[in-house]
Design a protein around this ligand. Sequence first.
Ligand code: ACO
Length: 327
Amino acid sequence: MIAEIRGIGSFVPEKIITNEELAQTVDTTDGWIREHTGIEKRRIIAPGEAASDMAIRAARMALERAQVGPEELDLIITATATPDYSNFPATACLIQHELGAEHSGAFDLAAGCTGFIYGLSVARGMILAGDYRNILVVGTEALSRITNWQDRNTCVLFGDGAGAAVVSANNNQDNRGILQTMLRSEGAGGEHLMRRAGGSRMPFTPGMDPAETFISMNGRRVYGFAVRVCTILINSLLRKANLHLRDIKHIVPHQANERIIQAAAERLSISLDKFYLNIAEYANTSSASIPIALREMEEKDLLHKGDLILTLAFGAGLTYGGLLIRW
Ligand code: ACO
């Protein structure tokens, strides 16, 4: 038996903010953002909506494409840094109710931008253990709600969106599914990407410095970490599977910054063409970026049965992880 991705769905909000528009409210330029990140625009969640609203749309698409009914789901795992509520009920429970997934458990998972990879790995393990047949894994992020729109170091980087995958037991002999996983954490670097307030260490209080309630980031430290772990993930996953780079059809990285991917590609002497990049359109949507990219690749007919895909991510924690998938 193998755990396969049977259906992918995604959703991005309608509202677009271009670099030029941002440059009217904060001290930056379209040229700086493009040159340093590859980003051209980002989507912003509609007023009154929350992470679960985007997630439900992505989830419905994934279920439809998988031809799995909500009542057939055994579990919903939601990766998000921006749950509807801080921190309960879990956003996964809101999704479970709205979908009508009556026989499903539900929980949220916190692994920053690596959340979707963590979710798929957990789903694979539970399916291989034999107790679960269909698991919905969601990445959904309303990062615009925790972004400091006055801070040019961070506000240019992030966008909103959601993606979802139905992971199912595959008993065919085609070996299509998640072949290898790798999950890692370097907690020592946690302070480089965090939201300080809102937890038990620094609860929200009236009169609090608003900066504490937003994403804070040491960009250079995260950049160095990201380039380093991209190379570790690619080399380790290939070694574990006894495969060579030429066997891999596409590398689908977390879309954080085009320059991170360029630097990793150079270090490994891999052509940039091997990587699927759509950061120009959506900016960094954290745990949603990989399923949004996979869905877009399906729409462009870039994913074919039997293709080997390597997908990897890095983010707050600091966490990193990757998967090798036979599509
Ligand atoms: N517009 C104009 N100037 C800017 C902007 C901006 N938006 N942001 C920073 N600058 C300035 C800085 O103030 C600095 O000016 P100074 O030299 O006068 O101090 C100058 O640009 C250079 O700053 P650097 O930090 O060296 O810029 P760098 O080329 O490293 O790019 C960036 C910064 C894009 C943040 C980069 O470090 C990066 O991508 N880091 C990783 C960030 C990331 O991916 N985070 C998320 C990953 S995990 C997850 O997805 C949640």
